[in-house]
Design a protein around this ligand. Structure first.
Ligand code: RFL
Ligand code: PHB
Length: 405
């Protein structure tokens, strides 16, 4: 068995693992990343597009913001449409100056990968059978296979950044974990195309035909989503059918500007709210999607991953700078407070914006009655300045919490 050593073993080279690794390295804290897939596979997953200010600042602190600052688009507002009527939420004005940055997760991931490769930091792609051990002890280690050989990585801490289907969460004994879950009765069909966006800001559209989102990656690349039944397959949707349906769900003035073209990618994502508590077990920390999933309606998934990274980064920096390990027990509480806020906002936006059809929904309401309550909810919030403020404040992101002394 080959032997490796690092202060922090990071499982997963998604945005959480790469960002944590980059921040720790800049503080001189050694880390090795173990990733199940190839780098190209990770870069092939088209996901998030909207970064909160806190995330953008963390990327700057990690020293990898050059391209994000040059190519990312600052969005000062967002459009929420209600059955064809577009309402602009002026994020900047309603929050007293806060905005979001439109810059794809794929690009952030690429920037982080390149920085890591340039600094010659160790990453094992296509690492197989990754398994943390003895995480309750002072000498945890992670075993894995790489190119047919068995490895053992000794470390002080394990950061489980391995997403919803990873191994880290399962390492916490079932009797210690509490998992909260809501699976929604629909999914999102996403489409990427090299066509100019139909509007300069994002459009979240509620319609009688179901929800649609008009997002973007650049001035020449659009990302669109449609609410679809869970029973639909990607093959059921030709490009033409997608564009036709999208046109019907967007407000008419924006649908008129839709430029259609061939899809570069189409995929269906199920919608889920999920939280695992606690997020720490001994010297193992869960970070990002490994601990929590939100439906994408609030653009919070990646941003919650970033706030976990920020908290763990502060803790590990304090541990190695002062030798005081007592702060590690703060991780789960601090992370979960912000996670639950993001979960609540994403759940609320999902409820307000989607059609629940005939589902017997939460609170014992049938789907149609639930839909009526949510139509009224959206109508109220969009029509009131205080309501729009509530949406804006949460969309730009709540502040990160500091460690206690
Ligand atoms: P990831 O990105 O899933 O990365 C985890 C990595 O761990 C690897 N892995 C393992 N490695 C070694 N051993 C194992 N046993 C392993 N098991 C797994 C995986 O291969 C992978 O590389 O989690 P991470 O880093 O926590 O990042 C989370 C984000 O990816 C996610 O929250 C966002 O994409 C969510 N999300 C959005 N978030 C936003 O903040 N704003 C958005 O606008 C937004 N839009 C979205 C989204 C997610 C979507 N989908 C498809 C789920 C839109 C969509 C459609
Ligand atoms: C995206 O561009 O992929 C995106 C943007 C905002 C969301 C979800 C997804 O709320």
């Amino acid at each position: 068995m080959k032997s490796l050593k690092a202060q922090v073993a990071i499982i997963g080279a998604g945005p959480s693992g790469l960002l944590l690794g980059q921040l720790l390295s800049r503080k001189g804290i050694s880390n090795i990343i173990l990733e199940r897939k190839t780098g190209d596979y990770v870069l092939g997953r088209i996901r998030a597009g909207i970064l909160e200010q806190g995330f953008a600042d963390l990327v700057r602190e990690a020293g990898v913001a050059e391209r994000m600052d040059a190519e990312g688009h600052v969005h000062e507002g967002v459009v929420i449409s209600d059955n064809g009527k577009a309402n602009r939420i002026d994020l900047k004005e309603l929050t007293g100056g806060d905005v979001v940055v439109c810059y794809g997760q794929v690009e952030i991931t690429r920037d982080l990968m390149e920085a890591r490769a340039a600094a010659k930091l160790e990453t094992y792609y296509e690492a197989d059978k990754v398994q943390p051990h003895d995480v309750k002890s002072d000498a945890p280690y992670v075993t894995f296979e790489y190119q047919g050989e068995a490895y053992r990585l000794d470390c002080d801490f394990v950061a489980g950044c391995d997403g919803f289907h990873g191994v880290s969460r399962q390492t916490i004994p079932a009797e210690i974990r509490t998992e909260h879950e809501r699976v929604y009765p629909f999914g999102w069909l996403g489409m990427l195309s090299d066509t100019p966006p139909c509007h300069e800001e994002l459009i979240y559209a509620k319609s009688e035909r179901g929800f649609a989102l008009a997002s973007q990656r650049s001035a020449t690349r659009s990302r669109y989503y449609l609410q679809v039944p869970l029973t639909d397959n990607v093959e059921d949707w030709s490009d033409e059918a997608f564009w036709d349906e999208l046109k019907k769900r967007l407000p008419p003035e924006h649908a008129a500007n839709l430029v259609t073209g061939p899809s570069l990618e189409k995929s269906i994502a199920p919608l889920r709210s999920f939280v695992c508590e606690p997020m720490q077990y001994g010297n193992l920390f869960l970070v990002g999607d490994a601990a929590h999933i939100v439906p994408p309606t609030g653009a919070k998934g990646l941003n919650l991953a970033a706030s976990d990274v920020a908290t763990l980064y502060k803790i590990l920096t304090r541990v190695y700078e002062t030798g005081d390990r007592s702060c590690i027990s703060q991780y789960s509480d601090i992370a979960l407070r912000r996670v639950w806020n993001g979960e609540r906002f994403s759940w609320w936006m999902t409820n307000m914006m989607h059609d629940f059809g005939d589902e017997v929904a939460n609170n014992g309401l049938d789907g149609q009655t639930f839909n009526r309550f949510m139509e009224s909810e959206l109508n109220y919030y969009l029509g009131s300045e205080n309501g729009r403020k509530v949406i804006a404040e949460q969309y730009v992101g709540l502040p990160y919490e500091d460690l206690k002394d």
